[in-house]
Design a protein around this ligand. Structure first.
Ligand code: 1DF
Ligand code: MN
Length: 351
């Protein structure tokens, strides 16, 4: 242990954690019912069949912590030196649910519950809106309610919705509302859809270990390569887990994408206004959930700019206070560390 973790800015910055999860009891019940009835997709069966029912120490801890928006969470934040948490309904939100009315009801009641917690702890908790992309127009209205009435600071979409992606035309109301209202769009992983998951469950690799990043980076790339950010230059996309690996791949992605476009290989892919790098530096933000790795963080900062990289813990899935110490001790200038832990998140989410 190199130093004690305290809240209050004793190291020259507050720590804001930007990908922090909660659940509601009715959300968990609805998802577990789908799993039991054999109606959930394979990714949801694997994820919630495990977290919802396993008696292990890890899953018991996580279930209890997800359902708490009170003193347990505040104590955990105090112990890890986390001043503020940006909270979102845990993956897959309501996106695995087939009954659209049920999904909308669970999302909007989760929003009300989160807003009440944020009101109770106004300098600790900040919310992101939960939506049901199954109904894009309703989701656009809920985004406006989240911002105007509930005081939320962004939206979390848990990647695909039954194998559909936000670049598809039916989701335009969601993208347009985010762009027009200045609502950051956090695309958070879930398991790959049934038509992508292949042998990943059998291999034990469809979850947070690997499949999450593959599917979510694919989702983000679909937005980048179909020109969503040329249509909506103000749209701001947030990706966790080291921007889901995109900074590492960016030169190859850009070269091969442009080679395909120049040779008119794919009907759907047209020239963009900028190289893919440009969008990583102007439209994408990366957080460090699950990747408390100084080398990866330096790479993200090189590729995306140090104004677009933010701290995230991913409580309660990866609650490791020692990782906070490790990141405090990163060999970076004091101003850069303050941007990373505090001011980038304040600027983006308008905290
Ligand atoms: C896990 C990881 C689950 C993350 C999550 O939500 C999650 C996990 C259900 O460990 O299975 O948000 N994560 O972001 O790394
Ligand atoms: Mn997460």
């Amino acid at each position: 242990m190199s130093h004690e973790l305290k809240t209050g800015g004793d190291r020259g910055y507050l720590r804001i954690a930007t990908e922090e999860a909660f659940a509601t009891a009715e959300q968990m019940d609805a998802i577990l019912r789908l799993v039991k009835e054999g109606k959930a997709d394979k990714g949801t069966v694997s994820l919630w069949g495990f977290y919802g029912t396993s008696p292990s120490e890890r899953t018991t801890f996580i279930r209890e912590r997800l359902l708490d928006l009170g003193e347990l969470r505040i104590a955990a934040m105090d112990d890890a030196g986390i001043d503020k948490a940006v909270l979102a309904l845990t993956s897959p939100g309501v996106q695995s649910i087939h009954d659209v009315e049920e999904a909308k009801g669970i999302a909007s009641r989760a929003n009300d519950q989160l807003a009440a917690a944020c009101e109770k702890y106004p300098d600790r908790f900040y919310g992101m809106t939960a939506i049901a992309p199954q109904d894009p127009e309703w989701s656009a209205a809920e985004l406006k309610r989240g911002k105007a009435e509930l005081g939320f600071h962004g939206v979390q979409v848990n990647s695909h919705t039954h194998g559909t992606y936000l670049d598809e035309p039916q989701f335009d109301p969601i993208l347009r509302t985010c762009a027009e209202e200045g609502i950051p769009l956090y695309i958070h992983p879930q398991g790959p859809p049934d038509n992508m998951i292949g042998g990943m469950v059998e291999a034990g690799l469809e979850g947070a270990v690997f499949g999450f990043a593959i599917e979510t980076s694919y989702h983000a790339l679909r937005l980048l390569t179909t020109g969503v950010f040329d249509r909506y230059p103000d749209l701001q996309l947030v990706l966790g887990h080291g921007a889901e690996g995109l900074p590492f791949w960016i030169d190859r992605l850009n070269y091969m994408f442009n080679a395909g476009v120049r040779s008119q290989r794919y009907e759907r892919l047209k020239p963009l206004q900028h190289p893919l790098h440009y969008y990583l530096r102007n439209n994408v933000w990366g957080t460090t959930s699950g990747l408390p790795s100084p080398a990866s963080i330096r790479l993200m900062m090189d590729v995306m700019g140090e104004d677009r990289v933010m701290y995230a813990m991913d409580y309660p899935y990866q609650y490791v206070p020692a990782e906070v110490e490790l990141l405090d001790d990163m060999d970076l200038p004091a101003e850069t560390l303050k941007k990373f832990f505090q001011t980038n998140a304040e600027g983006l989410f308008k905290l």
